[in-house]
Design a protein around this ligand. Structure first.
Ligand code: NAD
Length: 320
C-alpha cells in the first residue's frame, strides 16, 4: 500500500525505483518546469528537494497534507524552504549534514586552480589553435599563500585539511566554534576584517541567515588585497553582487569564482557574466555521484520514516 504522494526531482533511477515501491512519486525538475513544481508542491504528502523551493504559499495551499520537506543537501535558508512557515504548519524539514562536504571542498580547489592557472581560458585558446599563447597564462602557486575560510563547519573543515596538503596558511572566521578547532588544524582564528585583509583567497562556507545576508559588501570587499580572490560556494545572498561587480570591474580584487548566485537560475544578462575575471559553475558543489547518493537516499529515508508515522533522524528544527 502506498504511504502517500511524494514530489521528487530527477534523482538516481535506483532510488526512484525504491521510492516508487513505497509511495506514489511525481518527478519534476523545478528549474525546467517551475509552474508544475509549484502546482504539485501543494498536492503531496512529502517533498524531496535538491534545488526546488518550498514556500509558505505551498504549505498553506496544502491544507495540512504536506508532512515533510526533506532536503538532499545542507542549506535550509529561504532559497530552499521557509522554515518559519514549516513550523507554523507543523511540517518537518530535514537536511543531510556533511553529505556533500568533500564534494564542495574539492570543487573549491578546482576553482582555486582554475583562477590562478587560467585553465578555463587556456583550454579555449588550445581549441582555437593558439597553442603558442601559453605565456599569456603565467600562473601563481597556491603553496605559501593564505586561504581565509569564513565558516568552519563540515565544508570549512574539509577545506582546511586540503589547504594543509597544498602547503597554504590558514585564517578562519567563525564566531560559533572554539578557537582550538582552528589551531588543531594549524590555522589562526581571527575576526572577519583581519581575515579579509590577510588572505590571498577568501572562501565562504557559512549558512545564509539574517546575520550573514550581504555580510560581504562594499566595505568588506574594500579590505581585501588587490591580488586576492573571492570564492563563494555557500549561498549567493551572502555577497552583495553589485559591490562585487564594482570591485571586479575596477580590478580592486583580482578575481572571483562563484558556484552560487543570489537568484538562481540567474538572469542570462547578469552584469557579472560580462567580466573576464570571474568564473562560474551552476551550483555544482554537491553535484557528484557520491554526494547525490548520500543526500538523495538519506532524504528519501527521512520521507518514508515520517510517512510511516516516525520522527525523522535529522530534523532542522523541532515541531511545536
Ligand atoms: P555547517 O553547518 O557544517 O557549517 C557552517 C559553519 O558556518 C558553522 O561552523 C557555523 O558556526 C558557521 N557560521 C554560522 N554563522 C556564521 C557567521 N555569521 N560567520 C561565520 N561563520 C558562521 O555547514 P556546511 O555543510 O559546512 O555548509 C555550509 C553552507 O554551504 C551551507 O549552509 C550551504 O548553504 C552551503 N552549501 C552549498 C553547497 C553547494 O552546492 N554549493 C553544498 C553544500 C552546502
Amino acid at each position: 500500500m502506498s504511504l502517500g504522494r511524494v514530489l521528487v526531482e530527477k534523482f538516481q533511477p535506483d532510488l526512484i525505483e525504491w521510492l516508487g515501491s513505497r509511495v506514489e512519486i511525481v518527478v519534476v525538475d523545478p528549474w525546467v518546469e517551475p509552474e508544475r513544481w509549484n502546482s504539485e508542491a501543494s498536492q503531496v504528502d512529502g517533498v524531496i528537494s535538491r534545488k526546488g523551493k518550498i514556500t509558505r504559499a505551498h504549505m498553506e495551499m496544502s491544507r495540512g497534507r504536506l508532512k515533510i520537506v526533506a532536503r538532499t543537501g545542507v542549506g535550509v535558508d529561504p532559497s530552499r524552504v521557509d522554515l518559519k512557515a514549516a513550523k507554523d504548519h507543523r511540517i518537518w524539514v530535514t537536511n543531510m549534514p556533511g553529505s556533500n562536504s568533500v564534494s564542495v571542498a574539492e570543487l573549491v580547489f578546482g576553482h582555486l586552480i582554475a583562477l590562478v592557472r587560467h585553465t578555463i581560458e587556456a583550454n579555449r585558446t588550445v581549441k582555437e589553435n593558439r597553442w603558442g599563447d601559453y605565456l599569456r597564462f603565467v600562473g601563481t602557486e597556491l603553496a605559501g599563500k593564505t586561504i581565509g575560510i569564513i565558516g568552519m563547519g563540515n565544508i570549512g573543515t574539509r577545506l582546511a585539511l586540503r589547504a594543509r596538503a597544498f602547503e597554504m596558511s590558514l585564517l578562519v572566521y567563525d564566531p560559533y566554534i572554539p578557537e582550538s578547532h582552528v589551531t588543531a588544524l594549524g590555522g589562526r582564528w581571527v575576526g572577519l576584517n583581519e581575515l579579509l585583509a590577510g588572505s590571498d583567497f577568501v572562501t565562504i562556507h557559512c549558512p545564509l541567515t539574517d546575520e550573514t545576508k550581504r555580510m560581504i559588501g562594499a566595505e568588506e570587499l574594500s579590505l581585501m588585497r588587490p591580488s586576492a580572490y573571492l570564492i563563494n560556494t555557500a549561498r549567493g545572498g551572502i555577497v552583495d553582487e553589485d559591490s562585487l561587480h564594482r570591485v571586479l570591474q575596477r580590478k580592486e580584487i583580482q578575481g572571483a569564482a562563484l558556484d552560487v548566485m543570489e537568484n538562481e537560475p540567474p538572469p542570462h544578462n547578469h552584469p557579472l557574466f560580462l567580466l573576464d575575471n570571474v568564473i562560474f559553475t551552476p551550483h555544482l558543489g554537491a553535484i557528484t555521484r557520491e554526494a547525490s547518493k548520500r543526500g538523495e537516499w538519506g532524504a528519501a529515508e527521512e520521507v518514508i520514516r515520517v510517512l510511516e508515522g516516525k520522527s525523522p533522524k535529522n530534523p532542522v528544527q523541532p515541531l511545536p
